[in-house]
Ligand binder design. Structure first.
Ligand code: GLU
Length: 415
């Protein structure tokens, strides 16, 4: 079988959004699932629309998700190849000069068809195609020309791209025929739509992968989410690492219908991946998002993460739910008598660890004949003055001395 070689071919005209990166992901998965090659090709021949920063944004977006490419090319460095092939066309009488540009001569009446791996049989007639420019007057090739020449040069076996390129494919086929080259397989994947079934807007989610990362989404969650926007595996399993996606991926399971972007689903994936990590493995990720976490020691930070992560949706939520471990909340203190009792109970605890705290407070509740939930509420108000995760575990995060001084402060304030 022919080796699978694919390319992700972005035009560096801006910051790639998740729809573009989904195309890159599918290319990566197609290549890697077949032990093939994944090429990054920067299509920078439109000098007017070229945005230099976007090359780095493209590379960073791929890297952060682990979509490492095997080879990289820039079309602006390959002008001699396009020039050579333009001469070939013109020698065959299939290209002519017009106002300083070169046009391809379209033979009318031709039927152009291909079997698309997503859309099935697709047909066009050349009658609707004008003689199109292949090399512009500035000497740079057009997208159509450079793309076909490079796909041939780089031995691309499958062209997987967004379906907005379907109407360009007949032009590409004309070029393949003119050169007597075999075209690759075409796979046009439907665009991701917004909840209103229209083109996904920036507000609805068409943002860059890097922005999602900055918002506290995990790369694994983004990869999993993007993979499922237009593809599905065989069974019901939903959580797939990049490696698992690679073994599962096949073009047959790419969807014909446009997927709808759903932020709730991304949030769901992110929560799942937050839960999958051990708190220790989340330390450095959390520290990127929180000043407080930065100056916190590993062990205590891991305890906090462990207690609050099922409430967090993104890494950026750390500060929102961890506040009580750094500063008391706003709720009023419990009655003085009850607060005094809480202090006495805490003072009796001999070893300051979760297990001993629980055993010893439970014992105190029994011996003093207290209502357990009322006593826990007293502790909550006196120490945290806000909602908390399970109270005994929450107490264990603080030092004993801090718990006592927080209670003393409550006693002072209480009536
Ligand atoms: N440069 C085109 C883009 O920006 C590539 C289309 C293709 O993959 O052929 O999407």
């Amino acid at each position: 079988m022919e080796k699978v070689i694919v390319r992700y071919a972005p035009s560096p005209t801006g910051i790639p959004h998740i729809g573009n990166i989904r195309t890159a992901l599918y290319n990566f998965l197609l290549a890697k699932s077949q032990k093939g090659k994944f090429i990054l090709r920067i299509e920078d021949t439109d000098r007017k629309r070229f945005v230099p920063e976007s090359v780095k944004a493209i590379e960073d977006s791929l890297k952060v998700l682990g979509l490492n490419w095997d080879e990289v090319y820039r079309q602006s460095e390959r002008l001699s190849i396009y020039q050579r092939d333009l001469e070939l066309l013109s020698k065959k009488g299939l290209a002519y000069e017009d106002s300083g540009a070169w046009r391809f001569k379209v033979e009318k009446g031709k039927k152009l068809e291909w079997t698309d791996l997503v859309h099935g049989q697709v047909e066009f007639t050349a009658d609707v195609i004008e003689d199109f420019v292949v090399v512009k007057s500035d000497g740079y090739p057009t997208y159509h020309f450079a793309s076909v020449v490079d796909d041939h040069e780089l031995k691309i076996s499958h062209v997987l791209r967004g379906d907005e390129w379907i109407s360009s494919t007949p032009k590409h086929l004309l070029l393949y025929q003119a050169f007597c080259w075999n075209p690759p397989q075409f796979i046009h994947v439907p665009a991701i739509l917004g909840p209103d079934k229209k083109k996904l807007s920036k507000r609805e989610g068409a943002r860059s992968v890097l922005e999602y990362i900055e918002d506290g989404y995990l790369p694994e969650a983004l990869v999993n989410f993007l993979a499922f926007l237009g593809w599905s595996p065989k069974g019901d399993k939903e959580l797939f690492t990049l490696d698992e996606l690679t073994s599962e991926f096949s073009t047959e399971r790419l969807n014909k219908n446009s997927p709808i972007f759903n932020l709730e689903k991304l949030n769901w994936f992110n929560k799942k991946y937050l839960a999958k990590y051990t708190p220790k493995n989340l330390l450095s990720q959390v520290r990127k998002f929180s000043k407080k976490a930065k100056s916190e020691e590993d062990e205590r930070l891991a305890m906090i993460i462990n207690l609050i992560r099922d409430r967090m949706t993104t890494l950026a939520d750390f500060d929102k739910y961890s506040g009580i471990f750094f500063e008391k909340g706003e709720e009023p203190p419990p009655p003085k008598e009850k607060a005094r009792q809480a202090k006495e109970a805490v003072e009796k605890i001999e070893n300051w660890d979760e297990k001993t705290i629980e055993e010893s407070l439970e014992k105190y509740i029994k011996e003093s004949n207290l209502n357990p939930s009322d006593f826990k509420n007293t502790l909550r108000l006196a120490v945290f003055a806000d909602n908390t995760p399970p109270i005994y575990q929450s107490l264990a995060v603080l030092d004993k001395s801090e718990v006592i001084s927080r209670i003393e402060e409550a006693i002072k304030k209480a009536k």
